[in-house]
Ligand binder design. Structure first.
Ligand code: NAP
Length: 305
């Protein structure tokens, strides 16, 4: 499908993408670069990509370059690689926010490069090159957010690449993506970080007790709250507007729930809990999670997110 494909950033997503592209032989060369010399050395040992020591060499002659670093680094990377990108190359990314990525990367790009941002809705709370695996994207959605006037052929090639990596592909504009993901991913992460932080800070409950008596609900929050701090810091710095919009609604709804608890309004609580249970059922119905106990995690630790 492609000649040389380069992943920049060889952590969970970059290494998984290299494994997935290698599995279906989507490129004649799968190349990689990471800012960390340790990660580069580890990736070379694991052997999922040909690892280069400089950004320039990694992107030279590449037909497809995919930014897989935390989104806060994209502007600097784009500035460095722009003069070395091949004419007609496709530049893409996997960042969890899309408006800020367009804002940060586009100004540096030559006309002859097709920039088509993307976001795979797949991941785990693990990071680093050892965390990657080929089936991470299987059956998951990948959202493309091509800017206005993007080359249709380039969009189609990227769609086929993601199909080859196991994903179904949807296309939407960046602002819509950022609002949807604020609701389905970013704010849930913020809530998890907050609740685990609150439990840790609670003076009456020692850290030991929080860990010792952690019930299923709290344990599930701790899994999400163990996600990579750099990646998630960058998500909240770069999707502020949509996160604040969703958080505003969340706070209003939480106040209603607080009042129902204070008033002993069982009817309101039961009505909400029934509605939310139905949402869980719909997610299972479309195959986006497992109905097995413990989310099927014992058998498939990788399908956690
Ligand atoms: P990760 O496992 O921490 O990997 C990121 C890698 O990028 C690290 O090895 C990091 O090195 C490296 N890096 C940092 N700055 C760089 C730079 N300037 N140039 C080259 N490499 C650089 O993180 P990840 O989970 O793969 O996330 C990567 C991207 O995927 C993020 O943009 C995130 O929004 C997106 N994403 C993540 C998930 C998920 O669930 N994790 C899901 C969908 C999309 P250092 O460790 O030395 O900083």
């Amino acid at each position: 499908m492609f000649g040389k494909v380069t992943m920049i950033g060889l952590g969970l997503i970059g290494s998984s993408l290299a494994h997935a592209a290698g599995r279906k032989k989507l490129a004649t060369e799968i190349a990689g670069y990471d800012i960390s010399a340790d990660v580069r050395a580890r990736a070379a040992t694991l052997g999922f990509a040909k690892v280069y020591d400089t950004l320039e060499a990694a992107v030279k002659d590449a037909d497809l370059v995919i930014l897989c670093a935390p989104v806060g680094a994209y502007g600097d990377i784009a500035k460095t690689i722009a003069p070395h990108l091949k004419s007609d190359a496709i530049l893409s990314d996997v960042g969890s926010v899309k408006g800020a990525v367009l804002r940060d990367v586009t100004p540096f790009l030559p006309q002859a490069v097709h920039f088509i941002p993307a976001h795979p809705i797949a991941g785990t709370e693990q990071s680093g090159p050892d965390a990657g695996f080929a089936s991470l994207f299987d059956g998951r959605w990948c959202i493309l957010t091509p800017p206005e006037g993007a080359d249709a052929g380039a969009v189609e090639k990227l769609r086929l690449f993601w199909n080859g990596c196991g994903s179904q592909v949807d296309v939407m504009d960046a602002a819509h993506h950022d609002l949807v993901l604020a609701m389905t991913s970013h704010v849930p992460h913020l809530i998890a970080y907050n609740i685990v932080g609150t439990a840790h800070d609670l003076e009456a409950v020692t850290e030991g007790e929080v860990i010792k008596y952690s019930a299923g609900g709290f344990r599930d929050f701790t899994r999400i709250a163990a996600s990579d701090p750099t990646m998630w810091r960058d998500v909240f710095l770069n999707n502020r507007q949509a996160v604040l919009e969703v958080l505003g609604r969340f706070n209003e709804d939480l106040s209603v729930l607080q009042r129902a608890v204070r008033d002993g309004n069982g009817e309101a609580l039961f009505e909400l809990f029934s509605r939310t249970r139905a949402i869980r059922r719909s997610i299972l119905d479309i195959g986006q999670d497992s109905a097995a106990p413990n989310f099927g995690r014992d058998k498939s630790p990788e399908k956690n997110q």
